[in-house]
Design a protein around this ligand. Structure first.
Ligand code: ZN
Length: 420
């Protein structure tokens, strides 16, 4: 504004002087003063403008008394405050690294009046000793906002999430939602996604976390895969993800890694066998006996994390299905996959043999859950049950507006370099 005025006055002088050369009338520069009203800043229920505000974090080993002492509170008062606060909060439990705020007098004493300890982004402890000593907990109001986002894969999902400045939790959640249907290690450049999710905020701006991921669209190798979160049992709060046709996104393991054959030895932690002089030799696998050369199948889709020959195991293959489950297949005659391969459920990964420590042709099938071997015949494995017929219509009605919203989010496209 001031600049423009100066420019105008210069122009005025110039034009004026052209017409009547002798008159040199300079228009005095007008000073436009912008009177700024001090903005009232309120936080924790106090008008911060009325105080000297000191924000800091609790240092290692620092005590409540030391902090108040530094802000000109006498020892007797500190003792009284600690005693009065006891019922609400044990002042010895201040944790290093947590932020706190001191509201002090604006006068020369700079004496503390209020101590505010940020237990979390949502919970605050307020100790007010302006007059009498008052302590209370204050919870900031958390607002849940439904948001949408989209992204495109250039190298990985986490990179695409980061590029959109989204919370990394979203990448983890998406990997979990599609754990059985998308191989996230082998995403293709140009794969893209859209999602509708909830994010929780305090003060309308500070994010305190991701809520429910309500709906996702993931286009992998040109194939769209929808996922909708749906509560199938509200009393037990059971919810899961289903596609637009109410089909589950989970997959069941095959009961056996061979099509025909028999279980020759079950998982048994107290097994004693002749081979080892009848000493206890835990058997952490399930043996399926079949003729040499019989194809061995991957019991679920996943990525081959090992394919090699190793001592007692002989030729073996290990497949990682998702963050929770891996399976391993021992004593193969031939291995048909290599490390890094993505295999589909039912795919032939090798053939029955008797390499390593084994008395006869069989595959020792080992099942890993969170890094520990378990008995797949006893384990409660993910169910791939479809949504109940009785709630299917309800589900389809529920997802319709969500799907419409998803479809309306523009799909991200790779920027193509057009040749000249
Ligand atoms: Zn075995």
């Amino acid at each position: 504004m001031i600049k423009r005025f100066i420019l105008l006055s210069v122009l005025f002088v110039v034009t004026f002087s052209c017409k009547k050369e002798k008159v040199e009338e300079v228009v005095p520069e007008e000073i436009i003063e912008e009177v700024e009203q001090p903005k009232i800043i309120e936080e924790f229920g106090y008008v911060l403008n009325d105080y000297l505000v000191i924000k800091d974090t609790i240092k290692n080993g620092e005590t409540f008394g030391e902090i108040l002492d530094r802000h000109h509170i006498g020892h007797t008062t500190i003792f009284n405050i600690a005693a009065a606060a006891r019922d609400t909060f044990d002042i010895r439990k201040l944790r290093a690294g947590k932020p706190y705020t001191i509201l002090a007098k604006m006068d020369t004493t700079e004496q503390a009046q209020v101590f505010i300890y940020e237990k979390s982004k949502i919970d605050f402890l307020i100790v007010d000793f302006t007059d009498s000593i008052q302590t209370k907990y204050v919870h900031k109001k958390v607002k849940t906002v439904t948001k949408s986002a989209s992204g495109i894969i250039e190298s990985s999902l986490s990179e695409a999430i980061q590029k959109q400045k989204l919370n990394y939790i979203i990448a983890l959640e998406m990997a979990d939602i599609y754990a059985w249907t998308i191989d996230f290690i082998h995403l293709e450049k140009g794969d893209n996604f859209k999602l509708i999710y909830e994010e929780r905020f305090i003060n309308d701006t500070v994010s305190v976390g991701i809520g429910n991921i309500k709906a996702v669209y993931f286009e992998h190798k040109g194939t769209p895969l929808y996922a909708f979160n749906y509560v199938t049992d509200s009393t037990k709060n059971i919810n899961d993800y289903y596609d637009e046709n109410a089909k589950t996104l989970r997959r069941k393991f095959l009961k056996s890694p061979i099509k025909f054959g028999r279980i020759s030895s079950r998982y048994n932690l107290n097994r004693r066998i002749k081979y080892y002089g009848f000493r206890i030799r835990a058997h952490k696998g399930t043996d399926f006996a079949a003729a040499i050369g019989t194809p061995i199948l991957a019991t679920a889709s996943g990525t081959v994390i090992a394919s090699k020959y190793a001592g007692g195991n002989g030729n073996y293959v290990k497949i990682k299905h998702n963050a929770t489950y891996s399976t391993q297949y021992l004593h193969m005659q031939k291995r048909k996959v290599k490390k890094g391969d993505y295999v589909k459920q039912g795919q032939v990964i090798g053939t029955i043999g008797m390499t390593g420590n084994t008395a006869g042709p069989h595959v020792c099938y080992r099942f890993w859950k969170n890094g520990r071997q378990v008995d797949p015949l006893r384990e409660k494995l993910p169910s791939a049950a479809p949504i109940k017929e009785s709630i299917k219509d309800e589900f389809l009605v529920y997802i319709k507006p969500l799907k419409d919203s998803l479809d309306q989010i523009p799909t991200m496209k790779m920027e193509k370099i057009v040749s000249e």
